[in-house]
Design a protein around this ligand. Structure first.
Ligand code: ARG
Ligand code: GLU
Length: 724
């Protein structure tokens, strides 16, 4: 009997995939390139380690930009021209748009550099170098170190190292981040440019073609790109906006390759993936899929229903809400896909099996067992305890940060409400009022109180229901007494009585404000709700949440360390954490569902096939239709067709949007902008069979710039490789 048990165990072990990474799984640290270079070369990479990442000479990394801290962009000309996604530049495009100059609808193309549009606050960050500083940070710290002491030492050393590096390297920023939950630390030294101007954007009917219906979907036909230019001071260094600034001279800019590629060709993505959670414990995956995701999905669906109807009712509201709507809809749909994908992978039971294998291996090892043996039980307990706290945090995000917008706006009045007299005495009252006036001008430009009122009425009860009663805002007791469960009536009351829900009221209030009137803010129902919601988080949940999170992370650190010790031969990649990474794969389609095969390419014919006149998502510009009818593709065609999008097996996540997709020679062949819906669980569990990233083909981008927009002066700036 014994051998049967063992063989069952071995089979189970193989079936669940061990701990090893799967083909093309992973987001790897560029400075450790030697660790995975030969794997990439075996898949078709032609470059050396130095070509990809080098510190003292130029390399591919010098063309990669962290765009506004959230997306990726890449340098494509020696005059600082960069490419990213339309959806990454969306809020900038929107901010320059008005009914007269509707760049969202019509696109925007700067005819000369003088026409390029300034974007206050937008940054472009380059990586100077990445250094493993684990030994500096964890010196003399081991598993016997008290966790509190450990956290304190680590935080002190991070601060000291950061200060030391930044004091020597003027103009650079040093960030030291934990990897593998703090088993390793890396220092990322960066340089940030602060004058980044909008150069070009296609109309939304190209850049966002397919809208939310096609978002996260394959087959895709979206020209999701926009063009910006980085400017520097005359000395080439970062500078705030000035009309004397000059186009940035990059260390490297990417050649654009239009020769054409075929399925199976090597692809590499170089960019800034935001967050993955591959090591989550099964109990937490269960919580995410059964509680957290469904609650957030339902809340966003309610908000979207209101916003979508409002947007359909007028062009003005369509423009005002476009960017907000896209932001809310994006993760709403992503989580739906993630839940389905995790269910199909049977992720929870797969994880349970893996955890059992790992626990057994630890238990059998005399030196590991005393240190790591109890980590599983402790994680399960900690996770059970953490759920209510995590819901308090996630609901704060969904209600306060994603829900009714006036909450965020009136939170700006906290300082005035608390310190009016002090500000007045210090002669700073007028400054504070000015700040609020400016904030009001920005806020009300894109605001409809009646839309927000509806959102409040619908979202508030969902928020309350999702919270453990002990984390509810105090104000809820009063609301219940007065309004029972008619939360629309409560919302009506807030919007009728508040001083801060229209531009005029707010500015009148600020203009007439006297320090002695601060109580009027305290008595405002919008302010009161905001205060109570934030207060519930700050006073009832935040401390416990952060304490729990610290302990949970420390357990996860031990979990990962124990696993690495138990299976030392495997390669491990650290979860995405917003730092520069490389992932590679090849151009390939997939078989996402029974009976369905995804071809990896789409063409302009497919764009036309989706055309629905005057549709919000599937309308097309006349000019594009004409070019298509005449097959006027210029040099951008391939075998008589115009490629539009393609898929590849690169492991990517949010933040990889705008990332360059490079061929084996390091030439740009596309811009990453999405994953297929069947892939979105790859943030928690990667599936090599199904996970595909979605890329806009560089030839479609060139076609739109050149033939559609007639911006051939931009094409002249580029280095185009065509080996046909
Ligand atoms: N899903 C892509 C990403 O995560 C694209 C989002 C923008 N497009 C949209 N239709 N909302 O960011
Ligand atoms: N669209 C995502 C982004 O903005 C990338 C898609 C993904 O999550 O893979 O970063």
């Amino acid at each position: 009997m014994k051998y049967i048990k063992i063989s069952i165990l071995i089979v189970a072990f193989l079936a669940v995939g061990r701990f090893s990474v799967k083909a093309h799984e992973g987001m790897w640290i560029p400075s450790l390139i030697k660790m995975f270079l030969s794997d990439m070369q075996a898949d078709g990479l032609k470059l050396s380690a130095e070509d990809i990442y080098a510190v003292n000479k130029s390399s591919l990394k010098d063309a990669i930009v962290h765009f506004g801290g959230g997306c990726t962009a890449e340098v494509i000309s020696d005059q600082g021209l960069i490419l990213t996604n339309h959806h990454c530049g969306f809020s900038q495009i929107q901010s320059h748009s008005s009914l007269e100059n509707d760049y969202l609808k019509n696109g925007f193309w700067a005819k000369t550099q003088a026409d390029e549009l300034v974007n206050p606050g937008l940054t472009a960050t380059f990586i100077v170098r990445i250094e493993d500083v684990t030994r500096k940070i964890l010196q003399d710290i081991d598993e016997s170190t008290d966790p509190g002491k450990r956290a304190q030492l680590v935080s002190e050393r991070i601060t000291a190292l950061k200060e030391q590096v930044e004091s020597v390297e003027k103009g650079h920023t040093a960030e030291i981040k934990p990897f593998f939950y703090g088993n390793e630390y890396y220092m990322v030294v960066t340089q940030t440019y602060r004058d980044v101007r909008l150069v070009g954007a296609p109309p939304s009917a190209v850049g966002k073609f397919g809208g939310d219906t096609d978002n996260w979907m394959w087959p895709r036909h979206t020209g999701d790109f926009s063009i910006f230019r980085i400017y520097s001071g005359k000395d080439g260094k970062p500078s705030d906006y000035s009309k004397d600034n000059i186009p940035y001279k990059p260390k490297h800019s990417l050649p654009i390759n239009i020769t054409g590629s075929k399925p199976g060709d090597f692809t590499m993505i170089y960019g800034f993936p935001g967050t993955t959670q591959q090591y989550l414990h099964s109990s937490w995956v269960q919580f995410v899929t059964e509680t957290m995701n469904p609650t957030a999905i339902a809340m966003r669906a309610s908000t979207l229903e209101i916003i979508d109807a409002a947007m359909a009712s007028s062009d003005e509201i369509r423009i005002q809400y476009a960017s907000k709507q896209a932001r809310i809809a994006n993760y709403w749909k992503k989580w739906i896909g993630e839940n389905r994908g995790l269910a199909r992978l049977d992720a929870i039971s797969k994880k349970e099996k893996l955890e059992a294998v790992y626990e057994k291996k630890i238990m059998e090892n005399a030196s590991l067992e005393p240190v790591y043996g109890d980590v599983f039980k402790k994680i399960a307990t900690s996770n059970a305890e953490g759920k209510a706290l995590m819901m308090a945090r996630s609901m704060l995000i969904e209600f306060f940060y994603v829900g009714p917008e006036f909450l965020r706006f009136v939170s700006g009045f906290e300082k005035l409400e608390e310190n009016a007299e002090e500000l007045d005495k210090a002669g700073e009252l007028e400054d504070e009022l000015d700040r609020l006036r400016q904030s009001a001008e920005g806020f009300f430009k894109n605001y409809q109180p009646w839309v927000d009122q509806k959102i409040l009425g619908v979202l508030y009860p969902q928020y309350i229901k999702a919270l453990n009663p002990k984390f509810r805002p105090d104000i809820h007791a009063e609301i219940e007494v007065k309004y029972g469960d008619d939360f629309n009536e409560y919302a009506e009351y807030v919007f009728e009585e508040s001083n801060f829900v229209t531009r005029k009221q707010t500015l009148d209030f600020l203009n007439k404000f006297k320090a002695s009137k601060a109580k009027k803010i305290s008595a405002d129902p919008a302010f009161q709700l905001m205060k109570s919601v934030l207060g519930a988080w700050r006073e009832k949940a935040a401390n416990s949440y952060y304490a729990w999170k610290g302990e949970n992370d420390e357990l996860m650190r031990k979990y990962v360390k124990g696993m690495m010790n138990a299976f030392p031969g495997e390669k491990y990649w650290p979860d995405a954490n917003g730092t520069l990474r490389i992932s590679w794969g090849k151009i390939e389609g997939s078989e996402p569902r029974d009976g369905v095969i995804y071809n990896p390419y789409t063409t302009l014919d497919g764009v036309l096939a989706k055309y629905v006149p005057s549709d919000r998502e599937f309308d097309l510009p006349d000019r594009l239709m004409e070019l298509a009818k005449e097959k006027d593709y210029g040099r951008w065609a391939y075998n008589g067709e115009l490629p539009v999008c393609f898929t590849a097996s690169n492991h990517t996540t949010g933040g990889n949007s705008g990332s360059p997709v490079l061929n084996g020679e390091g030439h740009l062949i596309g811009i990453n902008f999405d994953r297929s819906w069947e892939s979105t669980m790859s943030d928690i569990m990667y599936d090599p069979e199904r996970c595909r990233n979605i890329i806009v083909d560089i030839r479609y981008v060139m076609f739109i710039i050149d033939k559609y927009a007639g911006a051939s002066h931009l094409i002249d700036e580029l280095n185009i490789v065509d080996r046909r």
